[in-house]
Design a protein around this ligand. Structure first.
Ligand SMILES: CC(C)(COP(=O)(O)OP(=O)(O)OC[C@H]1O[C@@H](n2cnc3c(N)ncnc32)[C@H](O)[C@@H]1OP(=O)(O)O)[C@@H](O)C(=O)NCCC(=O)NCCS
Length: 181
């Protein structure tokens, strides 16, 4: 199967919730957590400012990435891949497509928040060009409060990371058009 990224459609909503639930098992199992936050309603993802991409092959949706536009700033809120499609480069394809789409929308950098010591979190993002940074805006600082309320800090160190985005259409095309077999 050859997966490509495309913008999410309303009909993808139930798949997106299923993918997030299934993918979060990786973290739940690692942390042996009995109270992991439920996935966000996909309907909410469609109405918040930002964009949502899915990885699809012939009607099978294997992953998604959601980027918020917070006070005009691109913030990668979530990337999730169904466990049965994991470790094939799909997560990397989705992050690269999100970075390309954000650059096309005029953003020059992208932030995210993640676990510092989970191999498929900060080390993975570092390999995509993200480095640890401090939250500099009110909107980014508010995300820390949200994570505190959700109890995410109980499981390990959470950090903000930032990547610079290459500008111009030529930098955007390869990742957005590239696929994963
Ligand atoms: C993060 C996630 C989207 C990665 O998806 P994926 O399709 O497996 O990612 P890729 O195949 O592109 O792998 C990217 C890199 O992540 C790391 N990685 C992914 N899964 C891993 C695992 N189970 N153990 C160790 N490293 C892992 C590896 O460095 C990998 O690169 P490599 O295969 O070249 O060594 C997926 O693991 C997931 O949905 N996790 C649960 C939700 C989550 O943690 N999302 C991020 C929130 S900040």
């Amino acid at each position: 199967m050859s997966f490509r990224t495309r913008p999410a459609r309303a009909a993808d909503a139930s798949h997106i919730e299923e993918i997030e639930s299934a993918a979060d098992r990786l973290l739940v199992d690692r942390f042996r957590s009995s109270h992991w936050p439920a996935p966000d309603a996909a309907s909410e993802r469609f109405v918040t400012p930002g964009f949502l991409l899915v990885a699809e092959s012939s009607g099978t949706i294997a992953g998604f990435v959601h980027v918020l536009e917070l006070d005009g700033h691109a913030h990668l809120e979530q990337v999730s891949v169904l466990p049965r499609f994991a470790r094939r480069g799909m997560g990397r394809m989705l992050v690269q497509a999100a970075m390309s789409s954000a650059a096309e929308r005029g953003h020059t950098e992208m932030t995210l928040r993640t676990y510092a010591d989970v191999p498929w979190n900060a080390p993975f993002y570092a390999s995509c060009g993200f480095t640890e940074t401090a939250p500099e805006t009110e909107a980014l600082r508010r995300l820390i409060e949200v994570e505190e309320r959700l109890g995410l800090f109980e499981h390990g160190r959470r950090i903000q990371m930032t990547a610079s985005l290459a500008s111009g259409p030529s930098s955007a095309s390869p990742a957005a058009d590239g696929g994963v077999a």
